[in-house]
Design a protein around this ligand. Structure first.
Ligand SMILES: C[S@@+](CC[C@H](N)C(=O)[O-])C[C@H]1O[C@@H](n2cnc3c(N)ncnc32)[C@H](O)[C@@H]1O
Length: 329
């Protein structure tokens, strides 16, 4: 189908099971001024888009600002939830393809059958809200619902599959915009923004303030808990059909004692003193540090420890041969 602005519509209209949300593809009509955007977004209202009854829905005003700013020819949202993105596209007259597990489309397992030049993705925030079972299936989970994945690492892998798939469908010059949030659980932060793979050339990372969240006003057991009141919008650009920029973060816990170059001698002694409860005899400090990778390249490692204790501003010689970690230095 050829639309008024010359855009050739080539989605697979005759494919079985294909149901466009906007049956009639209209000409793109950005008949609105381009907004001035900063990297801070805040929408206390969500606008007349999508369903505010849909769990974890996002503000259509954000999507509207992004579309009128970037002015894409065709938009996709493969986790469209209550259809917020589709409603914005309908208002602007932008061709849109929207799917979700709730329509029987599994972004991990099913093929994406079309391209776009602006892909919006608002995935589940890990398993904070279990979408399919709560919203659609009377308590029964769907095996492909990524919000059912209990293991954080496994969830990230699934996210990465989804992100890569969508990115590959974006045309050169097009963008992928992902709205994600961080999760705090039992005092630990799980940061989707920090740990998910980011495909494409990073163009913008913006903060979106959260309003009316379910955690708002809750009191938490820990006095060190900072309430999360923002999400991230990560926008990448596809610059090349073949070359793909990709940013991974590699989270692992390392034992610093197995590496010679992570710690200085001062750091090693501090860590040993902390491990020994803040106070120990010189012999105990030797025993604690013996076996550290740094000792392998220093035959005089015990002398080095003595020198470090004597010179370090944080170490005090309490009694003969007993050292302590102090705040006085
Ligand atoms: C945060 S919601 C999206 C909300 C949407 N932006 C809105 O405003 O209504 C995340 C969506 O991901 C969908 N989802 C989870 N796993 C999926 C999968 N494997 N394939 C497609 N959609 C999936 C859920 O059904 C849910 O609708």
């Amino acid at each position: 189908m050829k639309t008024e602005d010359g855009w050739i519509e080539e989605i697979f209209e005759n494919e079985p099971g294909y149901t466009p949300l906007i049956p009639e593809i209209r000409a793109v009509n950005y008949n609105v001024a381009k907004p001035k955007l900063s990297t801070l977004f805040s929408y206390p209202e969500r606008g007349p888009y999508g369903k505010n009854s849909y769990m974890g829905n996002c503000s259509g005003l954000l999507i509207r600002d992004l579309l009128t700013f970037f002015r894409p020819k065709k938009v996709s949202d493969y986790m469209q939830g209550g259809g917020t993105c589709g409603d914005v596209c309908a208002e602007l007259g932008v061709p849109y393809i929207g799917r979700d597990l709730n329509m029987g489309f599994d972004l991990m397992g099913d093929e994406i059958g079309e391209s776009c030049d602006f892909a919006f993705l608002h995935p589940p925030y890990w398993n904070m809200k279990k979408y399919y079972r709560k919203q659609w299936n009377n308590g029964k989970p769907h095996p492909a619902d990524i919000s059912e994945t209990g293991d954080w690492g496994e969830f990230l892998k699934q996210m990465n599959v989804c992100l890569n798939k969508i990115y590959q469908s974006v045309r050169v010059g097009g963008r992928l915009a992902v709205l994600v949030g961080d999760i705090k659980r039992r005092g630990k932060l799980y940061s989707m923004q920090r740990e998910m793979m980011i495909p494409g050339d990073l163009e913008n990372i913006a903060i979106k303030l959260q309003h009316n969240t379910s955690s708002e006003g809750k009191t938490y057991g820990s006095t060190n808990f900072m309430e999360i009141v923002h999400e991230y919008l990560v926008i990448t650009l596809r610059k090349d059909p073949y070359k793909m920029a990709v940013l991974y973060s590699n989270y692992k816990v390392v034992d610093v004692r197995e590496h010679a170059n992570i710690q200085t001698w001062r750091d090693i002694v501090q860590a040993a003193m902390e491990s020994l409860g803040g106070e120990a005899s010189l012999e105990k400090v030797y025993d604690e540090i013996q076996g550290h990778k740094k000792c392998e390249s220093n035959n005089n490692w015990q002398a080095k420890i003595r020198q470090t204790l004597q010179r370090g501003r944080d170490f005090v010689n309490k009694d003969r041969g007993t050292w302590a970690l102090s705040w006085e230095g």
